[in-house]
Design a binder for this molecule. Structure first.
Ligand code: BGC
Length: 581
């Protein structure tokens, strides 16, 4: 299809991003990779207990190779009491029986590698489970003992230590301290848990802790993993003296922001640094880890889950001797509005390129409202709070999906590395009306239901439209109930169906690879209104319309479109890729 351009020239106007990103050698696969997040408990269940497992993942991997991703990232599958869905690890070097065995992991990894997929696993160093033997030994040992020094134990304040050591709050709500009971039954010291009380924070000032984790990295590197997603990579070091701190009202749970109506979101400024996030001392840890990874053959990588703003500060996590990538949560939190989108793209490319790292892009994961719902919310929604039946600003599902498709098409045209979250390629929305009794997120319990939490984005995904639990589990079981209207979203209902969300993702990934967009650059195109995001990356022109009036398209062959195009006009909430000369 050829289009007339009255909107303006398609000649690139201004900036280019020369830099290291564009000159990456082919062996640095991560610079342009599309990485697919698997949330094991909700991906595919072979055992029939209603909780996904490693054999289920292995069986379904060919579908991901067909989708066209380069790598998978597995959320935790380690031994765990599952108080925070596996982010509470009781043994870092074993697989929880819920998910399988170490042999099952080896089989998964072999299958992934034979399909050409890299395998990244999650590592959770900020805290362990309270079931971990390290913590059990600490509890059984006296104050000041070597065992206690693995964690952050402190005496309480108040006349008899009855008050917590400081005023910090848990990310999941409630106090960040829990008091212990001594062996004689009297109240003892307090321990810090930035998350749930079953997730005590390790003391990373202690060299013993550092050595343990280097061994854990080696354990998995020896087993052939291609890298690690580092959980809470901004939290491991706490400010000296653990000073009191009260976060600003609008900060999201992890220190990020709020999504909703605010047009400038995604362009955060440098606020006060909380004493438990983004302390300078974390960088030494990653420099140390980088040396461990560099000692292995192949391109082993680390990606930081660090909710740090502004992006210029986040870039410190990906300096040449630290991590390879960091999740770009500023991008995720940007509202669907042209100026904010352009600004966050510019800021991201500048910040990451400045330290020689690729930018990353992400729209969904297991901690945020799925973008097929989030982009249509009409009220502010702090990260981690979730959406439930009584939340204000309920999204219109059609608008949400339309915007999500447009936003994804825009994201996959950007240079750098992109992260996808399982189910987004099916256009899954957040499940808003989960029954209260099925909710499992500790946030829900710790806030007495005031925050719904993250269960709505974690519902097991649909594979087959007419099978029990949509093919998620052979037994038809599902740890969270799946909506009754998901049959049309099941993978088998979308494969080969022109215009389906799955085919949109598949085409976008294929064209992205063919045109080498991941190693390209962004050249903004002039002549468009404020609500239009228009740029060239190599020989592909990308135009996204975030506004509410149609936009005339320039001349060019349509390579990809997130919604049907009529009469050479790009409708609101639509993104198109054109091949232009
Ligand atoms: C993970 C969350 C988890 C938290 C505590 C995060 O950032 O992504 O799912 O609850 O760390 O481990």
């Amino acid at each position: 299809m050829t289009q007339e351009n009255s909107a303006g020239s398609v000649t690139p106007a201004s900036r280019e991003y020369p830099a290291e990103v564009a000159t990456a050698s082919g062996s640095e696969w991560w610079r342009s990779a599309v990485i697919y997040q698997i949330y094991p408990r909700s991906f595919a269940d072979d055992s029939g207990d209603g909780i996904g497992d490693l054999p289920g993942i292995t069986r379904r991997l060919p579908a991901l190779a067909q989708l066209g991703v380069d790598a998978i990232w597995l959320s935790p599958f380690y031994t765990s009491p599952q108080r925070d869905a596996g982010y509470d690890v009781a043994d870092y070097c074993d697989v929880d029986p819920l998910f399988g065995t170490l042999e099952d992991f080896a089989a998964l990894e072999n299958e992934a590698h034979s399909l050409g997929l890299k395998v990244i696993i999650d590592i959770v160093p900020n805290h362990s489970s309270s079931d971990h033997v390290w913590f059990q030994e600490a509890l059984a040992s006296p104050a000041g003992s070597a065992e206690r020094c693995r964690y952050i134990f402190r005496d309480g304040t108040g006349a008899s230590g009855e008050l917590p050591p400081n005023n910090w709050e848990s990310v999941f709500g409630g106090p960040a301290w829990t008091r212990t009971t001594d062996s004689d039954g009297t109240p003892g010291q307090w321990y810090l848990h930035i998350f749930d009380s079953t997730q005590p924070d390790l003391d990373w000032q202690n060299p013993w802790v550092r050595e343990q984790f280097k061994d854990i990295l080696r354990f998995w590197l020896d087993r052939g993993v291609d890298g690690f997603r580092v959980d809470v990579a901004h939290g491991m070091i706490k400010a000296e003296g653990l000073p009191d701190y009260t976060p600003p009202a609008d900060s999201g749970s992890m220190g990020g922001g709020t999504v909703g109506l605010e047009p400038e979101i995604g362009d955060h400024t440098d606020g006060p640094t909380p004493p438990y996030w983004a302390q300078e001392g974390v960088h030494e840890i990653y420099r140390d880890w980088r040396k461990v990874l560099d000692g292995y053959e192949g391109d082993r990588v680390m990606v930081a889950e660090a909710w740090v703003e502004p992006l210029t500060k986040l870039a410190n996590w990906v300096r040449p001797d630290e991590m390879h990538q960091a999740f770009n949560f500023s991008y995720l939190e940007t509202s669907w509005a042209g100026p904010a989108v352009r600004r966050v793209i510019d800021t991201s490319l500048d910040a990451f390129t400045g330290v020689g790292a690729p930018s990353t892009w992400v729209l969904s994961n297991h901690d945020v409202v799925r973008h097929a719902s989030r982009l249509a919310l009409t009220a502010e929604n702090p990260q981690g709070h979730g959406v439930g039946p009584a939340s204000p600003g309920q999204p219109n599902p059609q608008l949400g999906l339309r915007r999500a498709r447009a936003a994804t098409a825009l994201m996959l045209a950007l240079p750098g590395s992109a992260y996808l979250y399982q189910g987004e390629e099916l256009g899954l929305p957040e499940v808003i009306d989960l029954p209260d009794e099925s909710r499992e997120d500790p946030t829900w319990f710790r806030t007495n239901g005031e925050r719904y939490g993250r269960d709505g984005c974690r519902v097991p995904i649909p594979w087959e439209s007419d099978a029990a639990s949509y093919g998620f589990s052979a037994s038809g079981a599902s740890w969270l109930p799946q909506p009754s209207d998901w049959a049309p979203l099941a993978r088998d209902a979308q494969v080969g169906v022109s215009g389906s969300t799955l085919e949109l993702y598949r085409s976008a990934l294929a064209i992205r690879a063919d045109h080498n967009l991941g190693l390209g650059d962004v050249q903004w195109l002039p002549g468009y209104g404020d609500s239009v995001v228009a740029f060239r990356n190599g020989d592909v022109t990308v135009i996204a319309n975030t506004g509410d009036v149609a936009v005339e398209l320039p001349v060019g062959d349509v390579l990809l479109t997130s919604a049907e195009i009529h009469e050479a006009a790009l409708a609101p909430d639509c993104t198109v890729w054109l091949r232009t000369s």
